[in-house]
Ligand binder design. Structure first.
Ligand code: CMC
Length: 378
């Protein structure tokens, strides 16, 4: 048997064959099913993009209407799930609440009928439809309020913003939020998608697949970075402090949140689009001083770390956009999850279509033939 070289973080090792998305990290290109992210951000909607990712093609007009209709009418969550969420501690992180709630859906809908296209469709619709409702419900309940009912007259993104704030959002804000979801919907074999595929490969139910991916997304090296970025900008406090902050971090060999990527060695194309969206938000809804700090930080990091290919990733500007929408900082990663559920489901579907359970190997570095020492002699 050949001995493979161990690669920490499995860098460069393909974990699947996939036709869902493509990244060229040297040129900053991202495609979903062959369509450029810039094109989708400009012309598509999140639900249409979700359909594209999951079913592999853009829907016809009728297919899109039917899909949007199904998602719209599955937004409500069972009162038992709501009651369960009510008992969560309000000090708990919303990502933990979301992971527990997504897993709980499996209690109601798990049949593991994976050969049945109707079961797959139902799970896709239910997860896309209810995850935003669960995120918004936890947000209101932890403040001591009752969750608001989804509004059938509002589209996917406008309804989510409405459920969070109990106010109908400005149409531009809702459109920008929808573009943010499109940008975050899928990104090849990242940690949470890998997690989703490993879980899917055991042929468990899709609610467990999504719950495991939510758990993986939450860490600060992955989706949790967007939340840390805002904390960092607040800590820096002013444009003048950027240089000294950066020096201090670099001396301590600490990472700068929202920068760097395993694949991109140039600015992440999603960060470029998000920066423009942030500017549109500030033009319409007012200036944010943290934007100037962010721009100066990007410039200073390009100077110091550009030679290593360290540039802004998707998490750098997204928080500034969400902040201006009034979304609390600790909901940034759940919002990322609302979008990424589309990609996870696409990978779930692809994985089970040609499944082989994940069972990698390891390089054993321990001892052999050790004899047991009775407890009194240790
Ligand atoms: N700040 C400073 N230096 C960095 C950074 C950073 N953010 N990222 C990488 N480096 C340096 C690192 O110190 C190392 O330098 P050297 O070779 O001199 O030791 C080199 O670049 C390679 O870094 P690495 O940690 O081996 O790279 P990785 O591919 O294992 O990690 C990463 C990728 C995204 C985890 C990492 O860049 C990072 O921790 N970034 C900050 C957290 C963050 O923004 N995460 C969001 C990632 S994108 C969206 C998502 O996945 O959710």
């Amino acid at each position: 048997m050949s001995v493979c070289e161990f690669k920490p973080g499995l860098e460069g090792i393909p974990a699947a064959q996939s036709s869902i998305s493509f990244v060229n990290g040297q040129e900053g290109i991202l495609e979903y099913r062959g369509l450029r992210i810039e094109d989708l951000a400009e012309n598509s909607t999140f639900l249409e993009t979700a359909y594209l990712l999951i079913w592999g093609k853009l829907p016809t007009k009728d297919e899109l209407i039917e899909f949007e209709h199904e998602v719209r009418y599955h937004r409500r969550i069972k009162y038992r799930i709501r009651d369960m969420m009510k008992s969560f501690p309000e000090s708990g992180h919303p990502m933990d609440a979301l992971q527990a709630s997504a897993a709980a859906l499996g209690l109601f809908y798990s049949r593991r009928d994976l050969d049945n296209p109707a079961y797959i469709r139902d799970a896709v619709v239910r997860l896309l439809a209810t995850i935003p409702t669960m995120v918004a419900a936890f947000q209101l309940m932890r403040k001591g309020n009752d969750p608001v009912r989804p509004r059938d007259d509002l589209d996917y993104s406008a309804n989510f913003l409405y459920m969070l704030s109990e106010r109908e959002p400005d149409p531009l804000m809702a459109r920008i939020f929808d573009v943010c979801l499109t940008l975050h919907a899928e990104h090849t074999m990242n940690a949470s998608t890998f997690s989703a595929r490993v879980t899917a490969s055991t042929l468990t139910d899709p609610y467990a697949v999504v719950a495991s991916a939510v758990g993986t997304l939450g860490g600060p090296l992955h989706g949790g970075a967007n939340e840390e970025v805002i904390g960092m900008l607040e800590e820096i406090g002013s444009v003048e402090n950027v240089g000294s902050y950066l020096e201090d971090r670099l001396q301590r060999k600490a990472k700068i949140m929202g920068f760097g990527h395993r694949v991109y060695k140039v600015k992440d194309p999603r960060a470029t689009i998000l920066q423009k969206l942030a500017e549109q938000m500030f033009d319409k809804f007012g200036y944010d001083k943290y934007y100037d700090i962010a721009v100066e930080l990007e410039r200073a990091i390009a100077e110091k770390l550009g030679h290593k290919g360290i540039y802004p990733n998707v998490d750098f500007y997204s928080g500034l956009v969400y902040r201006k929408m009034g979304i609390p900082t600790d909901l940034f990663t759940p919002v990322f999850a609302i979008a990424r559920v589309a990609g996870w489901l696409a990978h779930w579907k692809e994985q089970i279509a040609e499944n082989r359970i994940f069972r990698p190997t390891q390089v054993y570095t321990g001892h052999h033939d050790v004899s047991y020492t009775p407890v009194e002699q240790r």
